[in-house]
Design a protein around this ligand. Structure first.
Ligand SMILES: NC(=O)c1ccc[n+]([C@@H]2O[C@H](COP(=O)([O-])OP(=O)(O)OC[C@H]3O[C@@H](n4cnc5c(N)ncnc54)[C@H](OP(=O)(O)O)[C@@H]3O)[C@@H](O)[C@H]2O)c1
Length: 276
């Protein structure tokens, strides 16, 4: 479905076919002061119903939807399609009726009791590292369809993405945050498209998460360089689409991995933007 007043950007399917890894697009809602949740993580659902529809519309173009451990276990989400209407869109596009689901947990802290594991409509793949203990791996293997130990300490994203393309046939991968996972993809120059919904709210809070957290470049020259491909207004919100500049693509893997972020804790069951 096309959102009233929001022109959907053309999906670069040709490009996705050519890549040796999935085409990665990130979708986030952000306040006017750049936050994706309150500092205590109690509120991360603050966008309009239109944005919610937009989220499902984007999912309906993806082979798989991915999120980080905290987004998955602080929220009551299933990463599902959003219902029959979207499943039909998927089938018309030649996609599977349901998207695959990918969760990322480098040290295996993902809670196996999280809501997402109660929904059994499509495979759940967990990406982790050898930092996860055998006990944590065993617990996650009990609830997921595949637990992939991607490397010793940090996920080797280029290799892991090639594996996802080869083994699970993922051509389009939608990443829905949070900030820490997005940051790893930006750092690796692996984000092909950024969908950002700018919402008319201000949360404040030095420790409230943003769309890319965990580390910062220290020089302007190291920033991911994006160009604005489209901007649409619907109601009080702006729907923005960015893509990396050609120059930025050439600089892949050159950004240093600085660490200055503190990791949040705490959990909440309130409604979220993640859309179920
Ligand atoms: N407004 C929005 O659109 C939106 C969208 C999504 C999320 N959110 C909100 O954002 C908050 C969560 O964001 P967050 O940044 O704190 O968490 P996150 O990225 O969802 O999850 C962080 C955890 O995921 C794992 N992880 C992420 N990237 C990794 C990598 N490259 N390699 C290995 N493991 C990785 C780590 O798990 P281990 O600890 O196991 O190593 C890490 O502790 C929540 O409040 C959520 O509701 C908002």
């Amino acid at each position: 479905m096309k959102l009233a007043g929001i022109k959907q950007p053309k999906t670069p399917r040709k490009r996705a076919k050519q890549l040796p890894r999935p085409f990665i697009f990130v979708n986030m809602a952000m306040t006017a002061d750049g936050k994706i949740a309150t500092a205590n993580r109690a509120v991360s659902s603050f966008a309009s119903p239109r944005d919610h529809e937009h989220l499902y519309e984007l999912r309906a173009t993806a082979d798989a939807v991915m999120c980080g451990a905290r987004t998955a276990d602080l929220n009551k989400i299933s990463l599902g399609t959003g219902g029959t209407k979207f499943q039909q869109q998927r089938l018309r596009r030649g996609l599977a009726e349901h998207n695959l689901r990918i969760l990322v947990t480098g040290s295996g802290t993902l809670d196996p009791r999280a809501e997402i594991f109660r929904h059994h409509f499509s495979p759940i793949i967990i990406l982790t590292t050898a930092r996860a203990t055998q006990m944590k791996l065993a617990r996650l293997r009990a609830v997921a369809d595949e637990v992939k130990v991607c490397s010793q300490r940090e996920i080797n994203w280029p290799a892991t993405l090639r594996w996802l393309r080869e083994k699970w046939k993922i051509k389009r991968l939608l990443c829905e945050g949070g900030g820490e996972l997005n940051a790893a993809l930006f750092r690796g120059g692996l984000v092909d498209e950024l969908h950002l919904t700018l919402c008319p709210k201000v949360f404040g809070g030095r420790n409230a998460p943003t769309i890319s957290d965990g580390g910062s470049v220290t020089r302007l020259a190291d920033a991911a360089q994006l160009e604005l491909k489209s901007v649409e207004q619907a109601g009080e919100e702006l729907f923005l689409v960015f893509r990396p500049t050609t120059k930025s693509k050439l600089r892949r893997h050159s950004v240093p991995h600085a660490t200055d972020g503190s990791r949040p804790s705490g959990r909440s069951t309130r409604a979220r933007r993640q859309g179920g």
